[in-house]
Design a protein around this ligand. Structure first.
Ligand SMILES: *[C@@H]1O[C@H](CO)[C@@H](O)[C@H](O)[C@H]1NC(C)=O
Length: 603
């Protein structure tokens, strides 16, 4: 009511030529249209254009990449509660490394974020739905045994507050590693060395004078810290802190309004990887200084810095070896070669920059750097954050595109062998599905759970989260002789078919049965609980619930539409009947007679 009243009074005050009865409706319509168009244009320019700029439509995009199946297409299972991504592998006949892929998808389009193992076809092998944030999921060797490791905790202000987890081949948590001292473990790196120690990253807020970068004199700096710790005893073996060697002014990160509070410190360094070579030299990547630094393993002194404001190297590749920006994952490869992931792009600022993996050769005595190979995505991907590069033992190179939901295998020379997307690439810059890193490796998973099974109509669906050794599923049926010591006989054996296998139930399966997981030697690894064929099958339930929801949704929609129609209809009728009286309340007396009539005309 009040809205209508004020708009009526407004229009009466400001409409030009409101005396000219014949032209008024047309002119009003025109002015309204112009105002609406201006409004729409401003809104479009302010809100839609920045978003549209982020789309990366290219002529060669597949339906998958254009988002026909969603931002992050996912697959559900009948015997397993969580959903996993549906991937697209290209080119046709791609030569992917046959080993497992380790990633930790997260983002608004990820139904169940957490650590995840996929096989070379992109089929789920294992996943764990984790609270908070999971990052840096990969396989690492500790004391001769393989572990899957990840960071888990809360992400805060670009870094993490959490711990690192080490899971053995049964997916049991064997070690939880935390920093030494009253500090939180940061999400960026957890690296187990050949000497069975762990290199870990930490963000520590410290008081600092930030006047050199336009900040407060008594300000707060996020110091980049790494520790080397003994995993078994928790003993601190080495600690290095960035502020002793790198002042705030070495950063490319604008300070803006940061640095006034402990919890909103100036993140000038942003350490995101730490490695150690067999000569005991540490290699640290600091994203916000655009530099990679080599650190003496006993004194902590900086031996050299590549890139950024403190760069010491001449560039034999016209800047391509030293002018990386916002990089991740710097790793040693022998005494004179390193790899890194050059994000180039950062945040939402430089949307045209292309990210790539880089293999760089260093002549350390001469302080000269050469870019040996650049690993570029066929769609020129831009990773505004995250990302990694792994040199496989075959010599091939795997690049995980971080903020862009893709990983690509290259030959050592940089030719694309296999490109896998786990989200639609046209929308990558929105970050709806990301994985901080993606790596590959051999893995044997022998979960200590039972295989999962769900009976649905005339089939049983079986899966076993994390089991890598199952080659077939054996269907065994109860002989009906007695419930005391139930005897089961084999009626069928079906090859494992991806994460979940459907086994048709033979007519002789009338009551109780079970399914055994069989390995390559024909041994039984484990057996499902005893299952029963019956009318109350899982799929039946699923469909009943499903259709129930659809019926309720249709019913509610019809009600809503009818209700709205009735309400609007009544409102209109009422408005027509009392419009005259309403306008009289606000209109100047001498105008009332003229204006009340055309105000009732629909605009
Ligand atoms: C492993 O330990 C040996 C002997 O102490 C040392 O020389 C080497 O640098 C260490 N390597 C790493 C990566 O820590």
């Amino acid at each position: 009511m009040s809205l209508r009243t004020s708009s009526a009074s407004l229009s009466l005050c400001f409409w030009p030529g409101s005396r000219d009865r014949t032209n008024v409706p047309g002119r009003r319509r025109l002015i309204s249209a112009v105002i609406a168009a201006i409004g729409a244009f401003v809104l479009f320019y302010l809100y839609a254009v920045p978003q549209l700029k982020r789309f990366r439509f290219r002529s060669e995009l597949s339906w998958y990449d254009l988002g026909l199946y969603g931002f992050g297409p996912s697959q559900s299972y009948i015997s397993f509660d969580e959903e996993s991504p549906i991937v697209e592998i290209s080119p046709p006949g791609a030569q992917c490394d046959p080993r497992y892929t380790f990633l930790a998808p997260r983002g608004d389009s990820v139904a169940h974020p957490g650590p995840m193992i996929l096989d070379a076809r992109g089929e789920l092998v294992w996943m764990k739905y984790n609270w908070g944030t999971t990052q840096d999921f990969r396989i690492q060797r500790y004391k001769g045994q393989d572990y899957v490791t990840y960071w888990q905790g809360d992400e805060e202000d670009g870094h993490g507050r959490g711990s690192w987890y080490m899971l053995d081949s049964t997916y049991a948590t064997k070690y939880i590693v935390s920093p030494v001292g009253a500090m939180d473990g940061d999400l960026h790196d957890f690296h187990i060395t050949v000497n069975d120690t762990a290199l870990i990253t930490i963000y520590d807020p410290i008081p600092a004078d930030l006047t050199s970068v336009g900040g407060p004199e008594l300000g707060w700096l996020y110091e980049g810290v790494f520790q080397e710790v003994d995993i078994e005893t928790g003993e601190l073996l080495f600690e290095w802190r960035s502020s002793k060697f790198f002042p705030p002014s070495s950063s490319y990160e604008p300070i803006n309004d940061r640095g006034h509070e402990r919890t909103l410190g100036y993140d000038y360094f942003h350490m995101n990887s730490v490695d150690k070579d067999d000569q005991g030299r540490y290699l640290v990547s600091a994203r916000h200084t655009h530099s990679v630094t080599c650190i003496d393993g006993s004194t902590g002194e900086v031996l050299w810095t590549l890139g950024g404001k403190d760069n010491e190297f001449s560039d034999a590749s016209n800047g391509a070896a030293t002018q990386f920006e916002w990089q991740h994952d710097a790793r040693w490869h022998g005494p004179n070669q390193i790899t890194l992931f050059n994000n180039a792009a950062n945040g939402d600022y430089d949307l045209q920059k292309i990210s790539h993996g880089a293999l760089i050769e260093l002549d350390i005595p001469a302080r000269q750097a050469t870019l040996l190979t650049s690993y570029n995505h066929p769609q020129d991907l831009m990773a505004t954050s995250q990302g990694n590069l792994q040199v496989l033992d075959t010599g091939n190179v795997l690049v995980g595109w971080g903020h862009s939901a893709a990983y690509t295998e290259f030959s050592r020379e940089g030719d694309v062998l296999c490109d896998v997307h786990f989200g639609a690439s046209a929308y990558f810059s929105f970050g709806r599905i990301v994985s901080y890193r993606v790596t590959k490796g051999d893995w044997i998973g022998t979960p200590d759970t039972l295989p999962d099974a769900a009976v649905a109509d005339d089939s049983v669906f079986v899966s076993w989260n994390g089991a890598t050794e199952v080659v077939s599923w054996r269907l065994e049926v109860w002989d009906g002789a007695g419930l005391e010591n139930m005897v089961f006989t084999t009626v069928d054996e079906v090859d494992r078919d991806g994460f979940e296998t459907e086994i048709p139930l033979h007519p002789e399966v009338t009551t109780f049965f079970r399914v055994c997981a069989i390995n390559a030697d024909g041994d039984i690894l484990s057996t499902t609980e005893i299952l029963q064929r019956g009318p109350s099958s899982a799929r039946g339930d699923f469909l009943t619930v499903h259709w129930g929801v659809v019926v309720i949704a249709i019913f509610a929609s019809v009600c809503l539409v009818c209700g709205l129609y009735c309400a609007v209809n009544r409102q209109l009728r009422r408005r027509r009947s009392d419009a005259y009286g309403l306008y009289r309340l606000v209109v100047h007396k001498d105008e009332a007679e003229n204006d009340s009539e055309h105000d009732r005309l629909p605009i």
